[in-house]
Design a protein around this ligand. Structure first.
Ligand SMILES: Cc1ncc(COP(=O)(O)O)c(C=O)c1O
Length: 402
């Protein structure tokens, strides 16, 4: 019998997605008939707009879309993405600099696989989205965390980034608006960080998937446009999932210098080939249409954002800075750790989240999933009534902590 491990070390090291795990547990409890309210899922609760669905139906009827198409994306979609990037980010790119991927997630994997050699370091601001560390690790890279807490609204400073920079630093990952905190960097902060990266010859990978979900006075700034000095060392990641309520269609993209896009396209040509053509045609309708659908969603999210932040801050021991973008609130629950609650004494945010799921039937994702224990992430992309009911239940339970 072979004594060699059944699963490779590289793949064994990948953790289960904590956000999907919480969502799965909540759904299983629901299936048992328990009235669980889930704040776990990172997806809009709206259906995809009708004109986008119609474009997909038409595409499904066309035999040319029943066949393989170019691995890097349909030429008309690549052109529309280039046009949309000029419209929304003021960033001029050619269609040849676009690679259409199977959701933003594939773009995340491909960019790190394409840029990193073993040992290359990537600066990542924590709290960070759960997928980044796995993608960096799989590529052989080393993630270096730069922790930003609630005292700065989860924004990292140039000084913090500089303190984490070493000879081996190759990439800065820049995410604004952020998942999981909803933090949005101002234009000035974005420029300062981008100039610092350019000065040190770093690559910047910027995830702009929440670009259209900003609230109040906050504005989205594309670091690629704001800091032209970055030149050909910037890669933009984006997709239709969040802007057009299209999480299930699986269309994202990567925009970068020609050599990176060519190399990443080679990788994709062996891994997955072209994204499903029907989905690509739906994405074409989305990115070449107007932004009225996202404006409607934004108004609903903004209303829910204000409600959730107010309600969370009314719970003793919970502190939530105001998120300025995306659809997540990221409260600190550090004061509640170690307190007695319903005969238990949770020693981590993860144990506290489990207790809340059992006792209040409310699902939240613990900060452990995002590199910072002591916090919860709550997505407010759920109906207004559920949101109020869920946070009330959680608040009632947490008020019993002693
Ligand atoms: C910050 C961020 N980037 C990228 C994605 C990828 O989205 P998708 O693969 O659904 O396009 C997500 C999804 O949760 C995200 O939160």
């Amino acid at each position: 019998m072979s004594t060699r491990p059944r699963i490779s070390a590289r793949i064994s090291a990948i953790s289960e997605s904590a956000t999907l795990a919480v969502d799965a547990k909540a759904k299983a409890m629901k299936a048992e008939g328990r009235p669980v309210i889930g704040f776990g899922a990172g997806e809009p609760d709206f259906p995809t707009p009708g004109y986008i669905v119609e474009a997909a139906i038409q595409a499904a009827r066309e035999p040319r879309f029943h066949k393989y198409t170019p691995a890097g994306g349909l030429p008309e979609l690549k052109q529309a993405i280039a046009d949309k990037t000029r419209r929304d980010s003021g960033y001029a790119v050619e269609a040849s600099q676009v690679l259409v991927t199977n959701g933003g997630k594939q773009a995340v994997y491909e960019v790190f696989a394409t840029l990193l050699d073993p040992g290359d370091e990537v600066l990542v601001v924590a709290p960070y989205w759960t997928t980044y560390p796995e993608a960096v690790k799989l590529a052989g890279g080393v993630q270096v965390d730069v922790v930003a807490d609630e005292s700065t609204g989860y924004l990292a400073s140039v000084e913090q980034l500089e303190a984490a920079r070493t000879e081996r630093t190759k990439v800065l990952l820049f995410v604004s608006p952020s998942n999981p905190t909803g933090a949005v960097y101002s234009r000035e902060e974005t420029e300062a960080i981008g100039r610092w990266a350019a000065e040190h010859g770093l690559w910047v990978v910027t995830d702009e998937i929440y670009e259209h979900l900003v609230y109040g006075g906050a504005e989205f700034t594309s670091i690629a446009t704001a800091v032209p000095e970055l030149g050909d060392r910037v890669v933009i990641l984006n997709g239709v999932a969040k802007t057009y309520a299209m999480t299930g269609w699986r269309v994202g993209w990567l925009i970068g210098p020609s050599d990176v896009v060519k190399a990443a396209t080679n990788l994709q040509s062996h891994a997955t080939s072209n994204v499903a053509n029907v989905s690509q045609m739906a994405a074409l309708a989305a990115v070449s249409g107007d932004l009225s659908a996202v404006a409607e969603m934004r108004a609903a999210f903004d209303r829910r954002r204000q409600t959730i932040v107010r309600m969370l801050n009314e719970i003793p021991g919970v502190f939530c800075p105001e998120p300025k973008g995306a659809f997540y609130a990221y409260p600190s629950v550090k004061e509640l750790i170690g307190k007695e609650l319903r005969g238990k004494r949770p020693r981590s945010s993860s144990e506290l989240a489990e207790l809340i799921l059992e006792e209040a039937e409310v699902a939240v994702v613990p900060g452990e999933a995002f590199g910072t224990p002591g916090y919860f992430r709550l997505s407010y992309a759920l109906g207004d009534d559920d949101l109020v009911e869920g946070v009330s239940r959680m608040g009632k339970l947490l008020s019993e902590a002693r």
